[in-house]
Design a protein around this ligand. Structure first.
Ligand SMILES: Cc1cc2nc3c(=O)[nH]c(=O)nc-3n(C[C@H](O)[C@H](O)[C@H](O)COP(=O)(O)OP(=O)(O)OC[C@H]3O[C@@H](n4cnc5c(N)ncnc54)[C@H](O)[C@@H]3O)c2cc1C
Length: 791
């Protein structure tokens, strides 16, 4: 990871860099890796990272002169049931829009590619031909050599002992061989990343896991055959197997008896290098036996070598790539459990972010600030154990796993659970996803499932009566001071409301004009503002807010996320219901749409904001967190006369897409500027200046645009990551989608070239391997004039 970053920084022209390694390069986790680089991974953006590595590695030897032993044998992932096949069909879509080669193949082709495989319980496979495996040490040294040749410096046998921040903002990196003063530090310390982060008072939520692979003695069948079999991946064996020269190699992700590395403290002594753990073949025996069932030729010979080494894992299995929270110019480049496959791409996109302020791919899901204090050691360990044992298990959309949960609960958590609430987790917060009337579980699927009717009922309650939703996890900030208005106008593209009580939807941009965040800002007083953003953006926004304050500027920023709860009341009866609990005038003249006031409801003081993400008349109520239960109970009781119903985020997603509202991190990402995201109406170019203004105005080319489309779907809706096709050409990708229950339409957002953005344009979306026609819409599918919200 460090070597790749150094190389890609150098390729971008930045060679005033120093990679410090305490021992030899690769002596951490890299040297003992099996070196496989799959194309297939469950995340669209991570698949881009893998794809880039697989483009780079085959040519790295020619680029650097360093032997990397690249084996372009491809990969073959087996599907043993319909659930796995559905997942592979979804990933097949990634291959088309990202551009790696992948085919779903039947048993005949599988047998041709690997004639030694027994295909019992196999129903299909996914064959990828741009990947393979390489020698991890060779790859790492080639990246380091390439960087050195371009002018970067690598210093080995020099341990970093401590890191300190100087008053002027630089970092002092104290090493065995002296102190280095630098503008930026990157933590690429692999299994030691948590300890290196601790040097600066930060954290890297990583648990290091033990992982085995074994190498057999040479196998006659491999000796007799010239061709190499693809790298095989299989849920039945919970692992991978392949040829290692003329031997077999089998790696296992055991689903019982997993072990943390270096228990009980979880990280090695500083002196450790090239460390392996004692073999525990008994632990992995059940899966080795299955691998032999799959490949009987493996059973003909004995085991020659066992590797049991450490892999760093994060709670969600994705790398930590980006700025560390609350530590200016301290970056993370660690936490990869597939660091060989991901190393190339991680280095490239992190280098872009560090040098240009943004990467060309959506980095939100890798941003280290997606974890906060909630990710304590026990949480991380629980999640990582789950992630490790399910490495080769197919997870279906929406699948909830309870490891490490619940971590952050609203005071309504138990109340809602008692009413059938199924929660989902965002930034540690438990948030209502849907309400199960009979306590039944969701049958996870890529197709519409048993939850469809429940969500429709929730939507219909909101559209016809009144719904109540606990969104306490929202990130919330009080921003105040004589300079607050100017400050907010400087960091946001839209105009901050001038009127008392005014509310505006505003966006923060990077200096390059790319979208950074989305906020709802309410003016509570002359110099008092209340800003709300996505739960997952809490630490990112905190960093942006605090770093943007100029010296001497009179601005105070207070993160009040945990101090205020949020209840959303939506629907045509919401005014009538709330009127029974408040003296405040909720009529249109006194309390207009897009305004906020401090009022009492059921005797509880709170901030009431008349906004709606679901397109109905409604208010968000923000009381102090401790008052939430009393407020909920009062509204619930009074609401019985109005047909009040709970609703969750599945229903919200259905309704927001009917309103054509784009979501932060799906449509509104660092890949696009506001004009590409079709958000021009949220920019006030008349303002003297705001961060990103000049870059937005100066951009000459906008090769992609977000469009809103209706999809002629059958029983499966867009989720994001599906390719958009025009004739035989892949022209773009969907960013999110859902079924709109009020309009009875399947709807989606997609990112396409501008010539396909004209309303009425037709293209196809590949849904579960099937081309479905779509048409670009000119206006939101539901209530385009906002009459219901203004009612
Ligand atoms: C058995 C096994 C098989 C694997 N197979 C694969 C595979 O097939 N494909 C795949 O993609 N991944 C595989 N992995 C995972 C892979 O090994 C890791 O994800 C990857 O090596 C992580 O790379 P890294 O650069 O983050 O960490 P490392 O390679 O550990 O590099 C971090 C470096 O930082 C140095 N360091 C730490 N602290 C300090 C300090 N204070 N001062 C100076 N230097 C310091 C360390 O010495 C180390 O060299 C496997 C892992 C195991 C255990």
């Amino acid at each position: 990871m460090g070597a790749s970053l150094l190389y890609h920084l150098a390729l971008e022209g930045c060679t005033d860099t120093l990679l410090i390694e305490k021992n030899e390069l690769t002596s951490g986790s890299t040297w003992h890796a099996a070196g496989q680089c799959p194309s297939i991974t469950g995340s669209y953006n991570l698949a881009k990272i893998h794809a880039y590595s697989n483009q780079l590695y085959p040519k790295l030897e020619a680029l650097t002169g360093q032997y990397v032993s690249w084996h372009p044998c491809g990969g073959l992932r087996l599907a043993t049931n319909e659930r796995e096949l559905a997942w592979l069909k979804y990933i097949l879509g990634f291959s088309k829009s990202i551009g790696f080669r992948m085919e779903i193949v039947g048993l005949e082709t599988i047998k041709r590619l690997n004639p030694y495989l027994t295909t019992d319980n196999v129903i299909a496979g996914a064959w990828t031909t741009d990947d393979g495996h390489g020698d991890p040490s060779g790859l790492c040294n080639a990246l380091a050599k390439g960087a050195r040749d371009l002018g970067a410096t690598v210093m080995r046998h020099n341990r970093v002992l401590d890191i300190k921040r100087r008053g002027a903002g630089e970092w002092e990196v104290i090493t065995e061989q002296g102190t280095v003063v630098t503008e930026m530090v990157v933590n690429a310390a692999g299994c030691y990343a948590r300890e290196v982060a601790a040097m600066v008072g930060g954290d890297a939520p990583i648990t290091n896991m033990q992982h085995h692979y074994v190498v057999t003695h040479p196998i006659q069948a491999f000796i007799d055959r010239n061709e190499e079999i693809p790298v095989m991946r299989d849920s039945y064996t919970s692992g991978y197997f392949r040829q290692e020269q003329k031997s077999g190699l089998i790696g296992v992700y055991e689903s019982t008896g997993m072990r943390e590395a270096w228990e009980p403290h979880g990280f090695p002594d500083w002196e450790a290098s090239n460390e392996l753990f004692p073999d525990d073949l008994d632990r992995i025996a059940p899966w080795l036996e299955r691998a032999i069932e799959r490949m009987p030729i493996f059973g003909e010979v004995g085991i020659r070598r066992v590797i049991n080494g450490a892999i760093p894992h994060t709670p969600d299995g994705a790398p930590l790539l980006g700025p560390a929270a609350d530590l200016p110019n301290f970056w993370m480049c660690c936490g990869t459990s597939f660091g060989i496959a991901q190393g190339g791409g991680c280095g490239k996109y992190l280098a872009q972010w560090m040098l240009h302020g943004d990467a060309e791919i959506n980095m939100a899901e890798f941003d280290p600030r997606r974890f906060g204090k909630f990710a304590d050691r026990a949480y991380v360990r629980d999640k990582v154990f789950f992630d490790y044992r399910t490495t080769f298990t197919t997870r279906l959309p929406g699948e909830e796993e309870m490891a490490g949960r619940p971590q952050k609960k609203s005071p309504l958590y138990e109340r809602l659970r008692a009413q059938g609430c199924v929660h989902t987790e965002t930034f540690g917060w438990e948030r209502p996803k849907w309400f199960s009337p009979e306590g039944c579980a969701e049958n996870y699927s890529y197709r519409r499932n048993n939850v469809f009717d429940s969500v429709r009922a929730e939507v219909s309650a909101v559209a016809q009566r009144v719904g109540i939703l606990d969104l306490t996890g929202f990130a919330k900030y009080d921003i105040s001071g004589a300079g607050a208005e100017d400050y907010l106008n400087r960091i946001c593209a839209n105009r901050i409301p001038r009127k008392m009580g005014g509310i505006a939807l505003v966006h923060t941009l990077s200096p390059q004009g790319r979208i950074f965040g989305e906020l709802t800002v309410t003016r509570l007083g002359h110099d008092r503002f209340y800003a709300l953003s996505a739960a997952a953006a809490e630490l990112r926004d905190w960093d942006l807010f605090t770093r943007a304050v100029r010296p001497g500027e009179s601005v105070q920023i207070d993160n009040v996320t945990e101090r205020r709860g949020v209840l959303v009341i939506s629907g045509p009866r919401s005014r009538d219901l709330l009127a029974t609990l408040t003296d405040a005038d909720l009529g249109n003249d006194a309390f207009r749409w897009l305004s906020g006031r401090e009022i009492h409801v059921a005797g509880i003081p709170l901030r009431a904001l008349r906004v709606s993400y679901v397109g109905e008349l409604g208010w968000e109520l923000h009381p102090e967190t401790g008052s939430l239960p009393a407020l909920y109970d009062a509204i619930w009781e009074a609401g019985q006369d109005f047909g009040v119903a709970n609703y969750g985020l599945y229903a919200v997603n259905s309704m927001r897409i009917e309103k054509g509202y784009k979501a932060w991190s799906s449509e509104l990402t660092n890949e696009l500027d506001m004009l590409q995201a079709d958000m021009a109406r949220f920019i006030d170019f008349k303002k003297a200046d705001f961060i990103g203004k000049a870059a937005t105005q100066a951009r000459a080319r906008r090769p992609l645009k977000i469009v809103y489309a209706e999809v002629d779907a059958s029983d499966t809706d867009v989720r994001g990551g599906e390719p958009v096709l025009a004739l035989e050409r892949c022209i773009g990708v969907t960013t999110s989608g859902a079924y709109g229950h009020r309009v009875h339409k399947s709807l989606a957002f997609a990112c396409v070239p501008p010539e396909f953005a004209v309303p009425g344009t037709r293209f196809d979306v590949l849904l579960q391997g099937e081309r479905r026609p779509a048409i670009v819409l000119a206006a939101p599918a539901y209530d385009p004039d906002n009459l219901r919200m203004k009612a």
